[in-house]
Ligand binder design. Sequence first.
Ligand SMILES: *[C@@H]1O[C@H](CO)[C@@H](O)[C@H](O)[C@H]1NC(C)=O
Ligand SMILES: *[C@@H]1O[C@H](CO)[C@@H](O)[C@H](O)[C@H]1NC(C)=O
Ligand SMILES: *[C@@H]1O[C@H](CO)[C@@H](O)[C@H](O)[C@H]1NC(C)=O
Ligand SMILES: *[C@@H]1O[C@H](CO)[C@@H](O)[C@H](O)[C@H]1NC(C)=O
Ligand SMILES: *[C@@H]1O[C@H](CO)[C@@H](O)[C@H](O)[C@H]1NC(C)=O
Length: 554
Amino acid sequence: MQILIPVFAVLCSCPVWSKHLEADQDTSVPEGWSHVGRVAPSDRVELTFALRQQNVDRLRELLELVSDPDSPQYGKFLSLEEVASLVHPSQLTHKVVKSWLQSHGVTNCQTVVTEDFLQCDMTVQVAETLLPGSEFHRYLNGQHSLVRSPTPYSVHEDLSKHLDLVGGVHRFPPEMQAVSRAWTSGKQREAGFHLGVTPTIIRSRYNLTAADVGSAENNSQAVAQFLEQFYHPADLAEFMALFGGGFKHMSKVARVVGTQGGGKAGLEASLDIEYIMSTGANISTWVFTNPGRHESQEPFLQWMMLLSNMSAVPWVHTISYGDDEDSLAAAYMMRINVEFMKAGVRGITMLFASGDSGAGCRHLTKGNNAFRPSFPASSPYVTTVGGTSFKNPFKLTYEVTDYISGGGFSNIFAMPDYQVSAVNAYLKSMQALPPSTYFNTSGRAYPDIAALSDNYWVVTNRVPIPWVSGTSASTPVVGGMLSLINDQRLLKGLPTLGFLNPLLYKLQGQGLFDVTEGCHLGCLDEQVEGKGPAESVASDWAPRLLLVPTVGEK
Ligand SMILES: *[C@@H]1O[C@H](CO)[C@@H](O)[C@H](O)[C@H]1NC(C)=O
Ligand SMILES: *[C@@H]1O[C@H](CO)[C@@H](O)[C@H](O)[C@H]1NC(C)=O
Ligand SMILES: *[C@@H]1O[C@H](CO)[C@@H](O)[C@H](O)[C@H]1NC(C)=O
Ligand SMILES: *[C@@H]1O[C@H](CO)[C@@H](O)[C@H](O)[C@H]1NC(C)=O
Ligand SMILES: *[C@@H]1O[C@H](CO)[C@@H](O)[C@H](O)[C@H]1NC(C)=O
């Protein structure tokens, strides 16, 4: 008994009257980041307080109604101001949070239209006092410097009812980048036969004619980027000059929101913008770039907050960003889901790349593995885009699963109604599934749709580069196609597609190619591999969920 007391004192990093908001957040420092040291008490941080919202259940109901093509409320979207009046925190919440901050001398705060975020500037000393348990340290990755706490924070019990989470304390920006296999693969390619994916190939495979370009006045689309990566206007212009023949397109981005750094262009950034603008051709395109530039900000959260502060934003957003679901706090994912719902009820379509690690693999205990879903790909409130490749890479043939294409079942979010019959029918029809301990069939299954993700041509730093691959290639392509559909709808005076999934699953494959061949990566262990082929593991179980769109049919 006597021994237990000091041990307890060491383990409990926070006073009894305080509560962890994100106790389950992984606070370990990811590979690539080196520890610089503790931040001086007088240095400044910018923390984001996510205030508890009201009427979240009503918001969810409204999202179902406005996104269900069979509902009389289909397409009756809300303005940002209407969303604000629904979800804004109560007066009590505002009062409690503001007086807490003010009592610590924190007065330099900014809010958003929906009033559910407060972003405040303060010294590290004040931040560590507000958030017992936190300790701010600086980390470095190349040129990129960040301030984070390796220890979990807490807030006073009275506050915990009014706050979902505090942003800017944990979470490093995740890596998710397209790669050129020309650089990563040691194998020599047969360059002579190489076809490679260009806008011409995309437009021909998905049946886009020269007439399938945007012409509606108010149509718009966007890519959002959170890595320290930039597209270069000259690369986009050169890409269009090289590959933009035969269809009307724009060669310039309409608007950049955020800070575009100087220096070299990033491959990922070039890919996104070049392919959304050549698929969703002649449509006004925005780039959201590095919305979090302060060392203590979380760029993804900053971007979500920005959407709640702009009443006019593009209709379609494509994002290549993902983290292991098991590394994120449940409170964080729940709150991000609410932010997705807020966008969906406004008629905004959110597309996320499904990831480039197949089903993923998580080592549980010795010899015991499970697949590893990623978030936001696993969110029930976004449309998740997987990847395919041509059956014959040298010909414009049919598509099979790209082995890198992310997919699986969430361990956090239950399967949404819109996909229950599709997924269950699929599970029933499959004979050889991996062991059931590897994945959770009660969870949200993803991806929802897929497109080519292999062998793209991209112009970056003025040089055309072949063999660029990843679901960050397929996502802007699907985004551009949805923008073309939006365009037709806007011209007819119809509302935009908004949150696509309820409609997408109701189509039951109509207007889409069914991808029924191929498999994607998973755990390379004996149980999954069984007697199957050595390299291509996991599953015949994702492909049927991968439906490739043929636009122009709708
Ligand atoms: C939201 O927009 C308003 C008005 O443009 C601005 O003053 C405020 O700083 C913005 N909020 C944040 C968190 O940036
Ligand atoms: C391109 O879009 C503009 C509107 O932004 C429209 O006026 C024009 O007709 C479109 N071009 C074609 C070929 O559809
Ligand atoms: C385009 O948007 C503006 C501002 O929201 C609006 O005033 C205008 O009527 C819209 N035009 C069309 C053709 O929908
Ligand atoms: C399986 O998913 C459900 C949500 O659908 C979740 O409640 C449950 O904890 C998950 N099981 C495991 C073992 O992760
Ligand atoms: C391609 O589009 C045209 C006209 O938009 C349509 O007639 C044709 O059936 C489509 N082909 C395929 C394979 O979807």
